[in-house]
Design a protein around this ligand. Structure first.
Ligand code: FE2
Ligand code: FE2
Length: 508
């Protein structure tokens, strides 16, 4: 019996390897650069907080006092900044990975600090500090999320206490109540006047808070009145300013509010009008997917409007060659009959790149681009792959599957994944001769499982629970859509369309 040689592992080496692995992860996540940026932020903040034009350090003693206070402030800010960095790393890690985003965030915070310092130096009403923090949280609620905006707003409120020194309580609580209320109201901005309305409600909350703190601290009535006017006035002014610069915020953060999405989803938009004229079948298909995906998104708490409007644009690339896509083909004519499978593949796959070009040409919001680029992910154009395989079998050559796959990328968000599924199930169920509920159910489950096993949801944080809810919603919507559809006798030509659709389980 041979003795198996057991390789001894030196525990010190293991420790080294673990350390190296941890450092690699830390490095790959972009943490060193983020820490460097945070360090620069701390130093600049220290100078902002210590700078006072009325007491410039001229003498040796003055310089020494300035240096000591700078060190003290930097120490304080670095503690707050590290806590802030940890919060960002946990809740918005892309800010750490994407250094441009990180830099924008720190510049915003620095601007808030500068404005607060100016208010303190020139002895302006302290409650004006509500304004820069409200602006910051509104920008972050639109650009990122409500939770992230609240967290960062809390850090800005803490910075205000450092700026103010002792007279902080009323301002701190006004900022906290104002930002908390406004961020919670900013789940969706559905109309132009909404930001103004939010600012008025926020002003009311802030004013009540100033009066409550004023009574509690037995402040003079005149001072409470002035403080509440400054705090409330700042909140209202912020509403008007933010409404004016909303398009800039959307462009900087590559996002779109519900209001912008609603506008993009109007059928009168130039690109949608062009789609309706050039490819009416695709236009109708996109509208159906919009309905299906919005309901499915709402079932899992994702962004329904984004899904609906993204669906409207997902196939705009078909405008260039509409007749090569089954939903625009005449009853008895199929353009692909005259083409080789390779040529057909090029045309079919090309609609994704054509769509991206149109999106850029018509300046669609960046957030909608993902629906065009990723609605097929890296799936296979099955029908033409099988056709090519059949032909190559005759000649004895081999057809690589990768050549008949869409170039991707895979859906990066739940919304994009939902549109991918809705697109596939809409195409497959439309091709059904008798769309009975049980058959619809089977098709939906089969398609979802196929996409899952094909790894199409690898880039989005979709869970199995989400997929289950999406399936249920799609089955319900599709059963409603096909309720009472009359079954026509099967003809040779509709059979071809069915094969085309059935083979890819979708429209192309
Ligand atoms: Fe489609
Ligand atoms: Fe498509």
């Amino acid at each position: 019996m041979t003795k198996k040689k057991v390789k001894r592992v030196d525990p010190r080496q293991l420790g080294d390897r673990e350390l190296a692995h941890k450092w690699r992860r830390f490095y790959d996540a972009g943490a060193p650069v983020s820490l460097l940026m945070l360090g620069v932020f701390v130093i600049i903040s220290g100078f902002v907080l210590c700078f006072n034009p009325t007491m410039l350090p001229g003498s040796e003693d003055g310089r020494w006092i300035f240096a000591v206070s700078l060190l003290e402030v930097c120490l304080l800010i670095s503690v707050v900044s590290l806590a802030m960095g940890f919060y960002v790393a946990v809740y918005e890690p892309q800010v750490i990975r994407n250094h441009a985003r990180g830099a924008v965030l720190l510049v915003f915070l620095l601007l808030v600090l500068v404005v607060m310092r100016i208010i303190a130096i020139y002895d302006w009403p302290r409650h004006l500090m509500v304004a820069p923090v409200l602006m910051l949280v509104i920008v972050l609620a639109i650009g990122y999320s409500q939770r992230f905006a609240l967290g960062m707003g809390a850090f800005a409120a803490i910075l205000s206490t450092i700026v103010l020194g002792e007279e902080t309580l009323s301002v701190f609580l006004s900022i906290c109540s104002g930002m908390g209320f406004s961020v919670l109201m900013l789940k969706e901005i559905r109309s132009r006047s909404y930001l103004i309305r939010v600012s008025f409600y926020t002003a009311l909350v802030v004013v009540v808070m100033v009066w409550a703190v004023g009574f509690w601290m037995s402040s003079p009535l005149v001072s409470i009145l002035f403080n509440s006017l400054w705090a409330g006035g700042s909140a209202i002014a912020v509403g008007f300013i933010m409404q004016g610069i909303l398009p800039v915020i959307e462009a900087v953060f590559r996002t779109a509010t519900a209001m912008t999405l609603q506008e993009c989803g109007e059928a009168s938009r130039p690109l949608l009008k062009r789609l309706a004229v050039a490819a009416p079948g695709t236009f109708n298909h996109s509208w159906q997917i919009g309905m299906l995906s919005e309901a499915a998104a709402e079932a899992i708490g994702a962004n329904g409007i984004l899904c609906r409007v993204g669906s409207y644009y997902h196939d705009v690339g078909k405008i260039n060659k509409p007749r090569y896509f089954v939903e625009n083909q005449a009853e008895n004519f199929n353009q692909h009959r005259e083409l080789s499978p390779t040529m057909s593949r090029m045309i079919i796959i090309g609609h994704v790149e054509d769509g991206m070009e149109l999106a850029r040409e018509y300046h669609l919001p960046r957030i909608l681009h993902q629906f065009i680029a990723c609605h097929h992910g890296t799936t296979l154009v099955e029908y033409f792959f099988h056709e090519a395989t059949k032909k190559s079998a005759e000649t004895g050559s081999n057809v690589p599957e990768t050549e008949f796959r869409y170039p991707g990328p895979k859906p990066p968000s739940k919304e994009a994944a939902i549109v991918m599924i809705a697109d596939a199930v809409e195409g497959a169920t439309r091709a059904m001769q008798e769309p009975a509920p049980s058959r619809i159910e089977n098709v939906v489950r089969e398609i979802v499982m196929k996409r899952l096993l094909d790894g199409q949801f690898d880039n989005c944080d979709m869970t199995l629970k989400d997929l289950k809810k999406i399936e249920v919603s799609l089955i319900k919507s599709l059963c409603g859509m096909y309720h009472g559809r009359i079954t026509y006798p099967k003809s040779e030509d509709t059979d071809i369309a069915t094969k085309l659709n059935g083979a890819t389980k979708t429209t192309f």
